[in-house]
Design a protein around this ligand. Structure first.
Ligand code: AHR
Length: 497
């Protein structure tokens, strides 16, 4: 038996709800088919936006969505996506598969979609092939309530009130698809763009600079030194690519299959996912040198598993299945983001629908909620609560090559005084008996919801779901202590009242 200690009298940072955010790009079926089907579709829709998807996203309280990319953002001209649909420019999506992009989903559609979901929009500006003027006009179009040229254009296109969009990304992966820039050069370009983006309609932009590719600590150091004073946040991208050795032991593949993997691949995936803790610690350490008051936040605006595409699908569409392994990755990552919520104020899973580690898969009029979706359901109560102290006794498990902790925990106190503990059992095969000790307060019962299964379990179209949220009978708490058995390969939400 392991001991879990929860101490609500030791309070840490506020858990910003945006840590539970998402990312959706013009990539594969992420937007078209996944979110937008058009008004003439037989699939129930609201002005072309899928009703089933909106309802599912509202249920998990999606707080923020990042759009239009990704690499796509760096070739996007927002003026292509406004005005009458039949007059919108058709372009080729050179970033993702060379397919035709008819721009029928543009600024109005995205911002209407966010209103339907009840979340904040996060817009990424084009730095590599766009200009500071284009981005500042886009913001004027979206946010201005003056008699200005761009605000008038918006009114002409049917939207009277401004949308008041706060989150603005200045570029995406400018060390890669966003211009192959060196950090010193990007820092200057960033300063130029940041200066041109002004408050419009009373909404002060929250400026997010392009951050490092995983462990590129130099990027963070240079950006903080040269441009730290001009940003509200610095992003970070990190993908979990479990990989495998092929028959030729020297050949290393970064991406392995999304399903049908073995235990060594399972533990290697979890090991790589847990690495994000070290990454954030080290980037934070650098940021602390330049910004000890933590004014500049970290936005982990692309993270998640990146497996090989599903056989038979367009490889440029990055469509992958989603198993309990992905759910465990999501759960430990979200626990880690909570633990760094003094600096991490937003995180966006890549990508929301039909792309990479999606929470929803669609096929025509069908929709599947993935195991990762259910993690967001189990974790939604952490949003806007306060991180509190938690500690769990540990064994290391896994394979010789990839050792991981057996259990992983995060705990928070909600505004109503209830405590939420999210407890993950990383073992593929062993359940865990845990004695939970509550160091302060007085609690009477614990309600538990969970998902569990075999590591390869996933939800498929036209089949009953293998992974769904289940409830345990309430547990009586006596003398601020109780025992819980958590199944192998499971994610558990325990609410103490
Ligand atoms: O999420 C897919 C791609 O991964 C994004 O477009 C890019 O920013 C990243 O490299």
């Amino acid at each position: 038996m392991k001991h879990l200690i929860i101490n609500a009298s030791r309070k840490y940072s506020h858990i910003n709800r945006n840590i539970y955010g998402h990312f959706s790009e013009h990539l594969g079926r992420g937007i078209y088919g996944g979110i937008y089907v058009g008004e003439d579709s037989e699939i129930p829709n609201i002005h072309g936006i899928r009703q089933d998807v909106v309802e599912a996203l509202r249920y998990i309280k999606v707080p923020v969505i990042r759009w239009p990319g990704g690499c796509f953002a760096e070739y996007y001209n927002w003026k292509d996506g406004i005005g009458p649909k039949e007059e919108r420019r058709r372009i080729v999506n050179k970033s993702w598969g060379g397919v035709v992009e008819d721009n029928s989903f543009g600024t109005h559609e995205f911002l209407d979609f966010c209103e339907l979901v009840g979340c904040s929009p996060y817009i990424v500006g084009n730095v590599a092939s766009g200009t500071a003027r284009e981005l500042s006009e886009w913001i004027e179009y979206i946010n201005s309530d003056d008699e200005s040229l761009m605000a008038d254009l918006r009114r002409k296109n049917g939207r009277d009130k401004p949308w008041n969009v706060q989150y603005i990304g200045i570029g995406n992966e400018n060390w890669g698809c966003g211009g192959q820039m060196r950090p010193e050069y990007y820092a200057d370009v960033y300063r130029q763009f940041a200066t041109c983006i002004r408050t419009c309609g009373g909404t002060k932009p929250y400026k997010i600079a392009c951050g490092a590719d995983g462990p590129d600590y130099k990027w963070t150091e240079v950006l903080m030194r040269l441009a730290g004073n001009y940003m509200d946040s610095l992003s970070l991208h990190y993908y979990t690519m479990p990989g495998y050795y092929t028959t030729d032991e020297y050949k290393w593949e970064k991406k392995g299959p999304a399903t049908g993997f073995d235990e060594s691949n399972y533990y290697r995936t979890l090991r790589r996912a847990l690495f994000i803790d070290e990454l954030i610690c080290r980037h934070k350490y650098i940021m602390d040198q330049y910004d000890p008051d933590k004014r500049v936040s970290i936005t982990v605006d692309e993270w998640g598993t990146w497996h090989a595409p599903e056989p038979g699908t367009n490889p440029a569409f990055l469509y992958q299945q989603n198993t309990m392994r992905d759910a465990i990755v999501a759960a430990v990552s979200l626990n880690i983001f909570n633990s760094h919520s003094d600096r991490v104020k937003m995180a966006n899973l890549a990508q929301m629908i039909n792309v990479l580690q999606a929470v929803i898969l669609t096929e025509g009029n069908k929709m599947v909620l993935t195991p990762t979706y259910h993690v967001y359901d189990l974790y939604k109560g952490h949003q806007d609560s306060t991180l509190i102290e938690s500690y769990v006794q540990q064994d290391m498990i896994g394979t010789e090559e990839a050792q991981v902790p057996a259990v992983h925990v995060s705990a928070s106190e909600a505004r109503d005084g209830s405590i939420r503990v999210t407890l993950v059992n990383l073992s593929a095969s062993e359940s865990q008996r845990i004695r939970c000790l509550l160091c302060s307060g007085e609690y009477h019962f614990a309600s538990v919801r969970y998902i569990s299964g075999e590591m390869n379990d996933c939800n498929e179209f036209d089949k009953p779901p293998r992974v769904s949220v289940k409830t345990m009978p309430d547990i009586q708490i006596e003398d601020n202590s109780f025992i819980i058995d958590i199944p192998a390969c499971s994610v558990n939400e325990i609410v103490l009242r």
